[in-house]
Write a protein that binds this ligand. Structure first.
Ligand code: FES
Length: 394
């Protein structure tokens, strides 16, 4: 183990902010697409939806274009050749795990994220995700302590074995668990070859040449070239664990400074799952008698589950608004009618309710006794089937 502290190239705050914003956008895209997945959607279609979402939000280039892996492909079983990583025509089925992975570039910043989920019910997937949490903590603690990247990799490997799983990131090219990210520096025209942006690749190759001269590598694996502490800067880290035909991972940026290391952002889906309100409420429930009533209150909109795109028309002659899978009708309406009132955004209070004039609604509100639904449609949570058009009295 080495405790050498490095003191150069700590990213400036503005740089970190820009990378964090893009990373959040990438997770938002993956989360929105995940929420709209249903049986029959193929890996290619899921990857296409992520790409469309990100390009609509200013993404101009890619480190790599979106990947989607369904079923046993989440564990990379039998993966040997690069073409196997690319999205296929495999269709999603009920209970199947999936991983969505994308690496967009916007204004020279890079994000590289991995989003794990499943359709319907999959308790084994939940267990793997819960166990993945320890890896996030282990990695940052060991890097902060100045361990070599090779040692951290081996510690992750040992933890995976202790948990009864197997290491799936060793199936990535170069067996890497992480790679350096930084501003894309290239004058090449924007182009994607075999799923990778040539400007990003040129930047990575430049880093490889510079780092090799110092007997280091911007690729973090378990070989001797990783027998050095993390160099300051940003690393996209992706521990990937597998059990039988299920693989789960996260991927996010670890910031390394001269004397510290920390995750760039804690407001990410997998971190909220582990450390956010649901985890806290679960821990409280587990510690009180089963018949103890617990009152909880949210201060943010409820997550959209199983949303599909539909349309809302404002009045019989008004504009038709598209409501994407990851957005509420309230958000779509407030873009053109910003004065539209709301309060709880969870379907309780009735403030956002409007009269439904036509269409078949999917009511998701939970009206309280003093505020019955009647003919009302709660814009904040209620939806419609895919492609359906609702007409509301606005
Ligand atoms: S804002 Fe409360 S029900 Fe919609």
């Amino acid at each position: 183990m080495s405790h050498t502290k490095v003191t150069e190239n700590t990213p400036p705050q503005a740089e970190l902010d820009a990378f964090r914003e893009l990373q959040r956008l990438a997770y938002q895209a993956a989360g929105d697409v995940a929420a709209g997945l249903e049986p029959g959607v193929t890996e290619r279609e899921a990857a296409r939806r992520i790409r469309v979402h990100l390009e609509a939000h200013g993404v101009q280039d890619w480190f790599h274009t979106p990947f989607a892996w369904f079923g046993d492909r989440t564990a990379f079983r039998g993966f040997r050749a690069p073409p196997q990583y690319f999205p296929t025509r495999r269709a999603l089925e009920e209970g199947m795990p999936f991983i969505l992975d994308c690496a967009p570039v916007r204004d020279g910043c890079v994000a590289d994220i991995g989003y794990s989920g499943y359709l319907g019910d999959n308790p084994l997937h939940d267990r793997l995700m819960d166990d993945l949490r320890a890896h996030r903590r282990l990695i940052v603690e060991r890097v902060r302590a100045g361990d070599t990247l090779q040692d951290v990799y081996r510690a992750v490997d040992a933890l995976i074995r202790d948990q009864g799983y197997d290491n799936r990131h060793r199936v990535y090219p170069g067996r890497v668990i992480a790679h350096r990210v930084g501003r894309v520096r290239s004058r090449l025209p924007r182009a994607v070859v075999a799923g990778f942006g040539i400007r990003s690749l040129q930047t990575l190759v430049g880093d490889l040449v510079v780092e090799r001269a110092h007997h280091r590598s911007p690729l973090w694996a378990d070989g001797d070239v990783s027998a050095h502490p993390a160099t300051p800067g940003m690393w996209a880290v992706e521990p990937h664990i597998g059990f039988r035909d299920i693989g789960v991972k996260f991927e996010e940026i670890l910031v390394v400074t001269g004397d510290d290391a920390y995750w760039l952002d804690d407001d990410l889906p997998h971190v909220r799952r582990w450390d956010g309100p649901p985890a806290l409420i679960g821990a409280v429930r587990a510690r009180v008698p089963a018949d103890t009533p617990l009152f909880t209150e949210r201060f943010a909109p409820a997550p959209i589950v199983g949303g599909a795109p539909f349309e809302v028309r404002l009045g019989h002659d008004g504009p038709v608004l598209s409501v994407p899978a990851g957005e509420t009708a309230l958000e779509a309406v407030r873009r053109v009618r910003p004065e539209t009132p709301y309060s709880c955004r969870q379907g309780f209070c009735g403030t956002c309710r409007v009269r439904l004039l036509a269409g078949v609604p999917d009511h998701r509100d939970r009206p309280t006794g003093g505020s019955p639904r009647g003919e009302g449609f709660a814009l904040c949570v209620s939806r419609a089937r895919e492609g359906e058009r609702l007409v509301v009295d606005l």
